[in-house]
Design a protein around this ligand. Structure first.
Ligand SMILES: Cc1cc2nc3c(=O)[nH]c(=O)nc-3n(C[C@H](O)[C@H](O)[C@H](O)COP(=O)(O)OP(=O)(O)OC[C@H]3O[C@@H](n4cnc5c(N)ncnc54)[C@H](O)[C@@H]3O)c2cc1C
Length: 488
């Protein structure tokens, strides 16, 4: 009996492989961030006959490497060269300006391709759900980052940096530190980066002198890395303020630090900064690390109706034991911080598209090693045939660019195993229209595709504009400008 099963499986396997050799594997990757590009690269290596199309809703590729990574971190963006080589591979295509969910639906895409890999990231925000959250002057870090990075959907944010001297940032992870650094760094140092020109102009006129980085828990739990912390602590002309009492470690903290080298280093850096004498008003700007505070509500300005004027915080203490297990509990004692700008850096959130199983609690697509599962029960046999996931949409919004390389390796390995096991047999038996079908459908819908060579026109124009200002590029940041440069 067992032999019969093995024989059948072998037949399926060879039928599947031979179908794919006469009928090349058609793969569509949705999203051209690190997860999308690493997936495409690994697919092209593992399946030399495969045709891989990468679609993105923007006319520009590279996801958060372009619109998330801070402008003063150019070394992180070098990976764009590697991604460009993937896009230029003869069996790969980049199709920008194509949105899953409006230009094309998931079910249409699945009919066109043998394999669809969703890598469209996390383009929404977690919310606090506290009173006053919709007041003007309160933004998510994602919106603010898009604004200074020239994302076309961030162009109109226009945060008011002039009518206040204080900003509160909620959260103490690396994104929070990026945002604080951009607010505090001398603008002359930003002027030679690829920061959006309107953002540089607004920062040059900014009145913000005090930035508060606020966390619910203590310095032993701060979510940033030592590299980012060292960088912000080293900004010129900024006084650092940390309450020494907050740095005292409980036995539970000691335990936590023992098992985590990065957190130990972060605590050391904060302790050193706290011990440094302040410059008694000589510096123009202040950075306050505020620990053990959770936002309770936002306050409305009396003279500027509808605008935020401060955050009402509840003090907290930590309860619970074990690394990562200590949680912040309100003490019933409150304190306000006055400010005219609030940036919430409490986490990005992915959004589902029609027909996609989604775990709303975790904010990810339920998956087993990158294979999309039909529901959130965790049963690895309930598979959505031919549908895979990678990157922030698969794991949640954590990790650096390189984390997505390992994530893509896992997803591509699952695809290869499924092909070998004959699990894509029903698709393999059918030739799929792939790119041709997609192009036809998009043409019927009047969707103006931006190809990789169109993107190269945007790229050259941005570099040309930047060269006269001693910048690596001056980003085009409206949909019109981008379309004009790409398609005219
Ligand atoms: C502010 C910030 C700063 C960071 N700085 C660093 C850093 O300095 N160093 C580092 O290593 N890592 C950094 N990271 C982390 C890194 O950027 C992420 O790990 C990585 O970009 C996640 O990759 P992804 O491909 O899953 O998502 P993304 O990079 O977000 O890519 C998703 C892509 O999908 C597209 N898309 C979205 N919706 C659709 C749709 N419906 N249809 C078609 N396309 C769609 C988007 O346009 C985007 O191009 C930073 C992250 C942030 C948020």
């Amino acid at each position: 009996m067992q032999n019969v099963v093995i024989l059948q499986a072998r037949k399926w396997f060879s039928r599947s492989l031979s179908s794919f050799s006469s009928n090349p594997l058609k793969v569509c990757v949705v999203g051209s961030g690190p997860a999308g590009f690493y997936t495409a690269e690994k697919m092209l290596k593992a399946h030399q006959q495969a045709q891989v199309d990468i679609i993105d809703r923007l006319p520009t590729p590279f996801g958060l490497v372009r619109s998330g990574v801070a402008p003063d971190h150019p070394e992180t963006k070098i990976v764009i060269n590697q991604f460009s080589r993937v896009a230029q591979h003869e069996q790969c295509s980049f199709l920008g300006n194509v949105t899953l969910g409006s230009s094309i639906s998931l079910s249409e895409l699945r009919k066109l391709y043998h394999v669809v890999v969703l890598a469209y990231g996390a383009e929404s925000d977690r919310s606090l759900g506290i009173p006053g959250e919709s007041l003007k002057g309160i933004y998510s870090a994602r919106e603010f980052v898009w604004w200074y990075n020239g994302h076309p959907d961030g162009r109109n944010l226009d945060p008011d940096l002039k009518n206040t001297d204080a900003a509160v940032i909620l959260g103490q992870g690396n994104v929070a530190l990026d945002v604080a650094r951009i607010l505090l760094r001398p603008t002359a140092e930003l002027a030679t980066t690829d920061i959006a020109n309107y953002a540089l102009a607004a920062l040059e006129e900014s009145s913000i002198r005090k930035v508060y980085l606020v966390g619910r828990r203590g310095p032993a739990q701060a979510a940033c890395t030592a590299k980012e912390l060292r960088e912000i602590l080293g900004i010129r002309n900024v006084d650092i303020s940390i309450q020494e009492v907050d740095l005292r470690l409980t036995p539970a903290d000691e335990e936590e630090l023992k098992s985590n080298r990065i957190k130990r280093r972060v605590h050391e850096l904060l302790s050193k900064a706290a011990a440094k004498p302040r410059t008694a008003g000589l510096n123009q700007r202040e950075l306050h690390f505020v620990f053990f505070r959770k936002p309770d509500s936002f306050q409305e300005s009396e003279d500027r109706t509808g605008h935020v004027s401060g955050v009402h915080f509840e003090k907290t203490v930590l309860k619970g034991d074990g690394p990562g297990k200590q949680i912040a509990i309100g003490t019933g004692e409150f304190e306000d911080i006055k400010c005219g700008l609030v940036l919430k850096s409490i986490g990005y959130k992915s959004v589902p598209v029609d027909g996609l199983p989604f775990d709303h609690k975790k904010g990810i697509v339920p998956n087993f090693r990158g294979r999309v599962l039909s529901d959130t029960s965790g049963d690895p046999t309930l598979l959505e045939e031919g549908l895979y996931v990678c990157g922030w949409l698969k794991r949640g919004p954590t990790g650096i660019v390189a984390t997505n390389l390992h994530c893509a390796e896992e997803t591509v390995l699952s695809i290869s195993e499924d092909i070998e096991k004959g699990m894509l047999i029903s698709s393999a038996a059918l030739p799929k229209p792939g790119r041709e079908g997609l192009l036809q459908l998009l043409q019927d819908r009047d969707v103006r595709i931006v190809s990789f060579s169109d993107w190269e026109k945007i790229d050259s124009e941005e570099k040309r504009l930047g060269s006269s200002r001693n910048k690596p590029r001056q980003k085009l940041s409206t949909w019109d400008e981008l379309h004009k440069a790409a398609l005219e």
